[in-house]
Design a protein around this ligand. Sequence first.
Ligand SMILES: Nc1ncnc2c1ncn2[C@@H]1O[C@H](COP(=O)(O)OP(=O)(O)OP(=O)(O)O)[C@@H](O)[C@H]1O
Length: 446
Amino acid sequence: MSCELESAVESALGQVQNPSLGTDVYKAGLVHDLTVADGNVTVALDTTAVDPSMARGVADAVVSAVGGVDGVDEVRVRQVTPQSPAGGGHPGTGSPGHHGTAPAHGHGANTAHDHTEESVEGTDAFEGIERVIAVASAKGGVGKSTVAVQLACALAADHAVGIFDADLYGPNVPTLLDVEGPVRAGTDDRPRPVETGGVEVMSTGLMNDSQPLAWRGSVAHDAVTDLAETTAWTDRDTLVLDLPPGTGDVPLSVLQETSVDGVLFVTTPFQSSVADTRRSVELFADEGVPVLGTVLNMASHTCPECGDEHPLFAGGTDDLDVPVLAELPFTDDVQETAVPGETPDPFAELAERVTERLAEAGHIDVPDDAVDVRGLDSEARYDAVADGFASVASGDPFHLVSDRDPTPVREYLGELAGVDDPVLAFQPFEVEKWGSETWVLRTRRP
Ligand SMILES: Nc1ncnc2c1ncn2[C@@H]1O[C@H](COP(=O)(O)OP(=O)(O)OP(=O)(O)O)[C@@H](O)[C@H]1O
């Protein structure tokens, strides 16, 4: 460990203001632990005392400030609570409470600088996987895991599919697919998924009691994102993510910290379930996660005697603002073990609808004058941002479309605007993720 680097990092942390407490994050005691090793910096940050609306901004500012220190290659911010162990991540990996890329100091359209955005990388749990589809539900027991597993099996007919069970407390994906652990680690110490019929499966339900789950002591969302990040998938193009039910901390942080292209909600048509789903859909949409649609599960039952179809729940779906992609009957087929590539009809159709909706979600709703830096190299990105920003008057909106998390660009915008504290100056500063490679930033020129 280099002492110079460590003290440079500390002094960068001293520059990050905590707007709630009116002092820097270091003095405010928010930094619980700091590890600097070969250019990799991990900051254990407790933002529980910070106004929740600003906590994310503080974490972003830490990534930005530390990422700007010469010699820093990667910055991770691990969110900790006063009770959680600062170093409670998976051994050797660290758990990514928040991560991000950060630009270096002094970058500018005309500045030749080696330390560009590309040289400072965060880790993305599902990096390299073309499309990640999350399956969520407002309530438990509505068939979310069943739909997730059947969807994965249907997509496996044409794709290399993985399924990740993010339900720490009720992991039932292994049971539905009839697979067992234990999970084995490769030479790189990363857990290998278990495979069935070409589908790769990872779940805490595959771990047996004797396996040293260091992350058991960690907060739940860290445990899940940690496992997501370390799992050694093999060349998957599609990943189905079975979220825990509800809209608590765990599903939300999993969505925030992974590259999810779209979420599918599962509900029964029962009135209160639909009403809860509507609220959950709004919440997820507020988080910037594209909601693909809903599945109405156990909608009807076909009488084996007379062959007539009977609705199972009273109520409708008028309340839902998102399309219903499938109505699934209550059938015994669904209760049988799911087999990759051999899926009951309604799920094959659902897979097609989901694929269509994913393509539609690629459409981005931004004004024509938004600056689009997707696909540009580092220098061209800075040029495009500088040009676009120059044409924006003080108080007017500025929109940026990027193929990576644009949060660190705030520092650069701050330089362009000549403000001392970009976190305070750029309000609002909203980053919305539209897909695994599309982010939209909405802010105003101070
Ligand atoms: N369409 C269906 N027809 C018949 N049985 C179904 C159907 N959908 C789900 N089930 C059954 O309902 C039970 C609950 O399903 P599942 O475990 O998928 O729900 P869940 O929403 O994931 O629950 P939780 O998240 O609370 O664990 C399972 O026994 C499953 O086989």
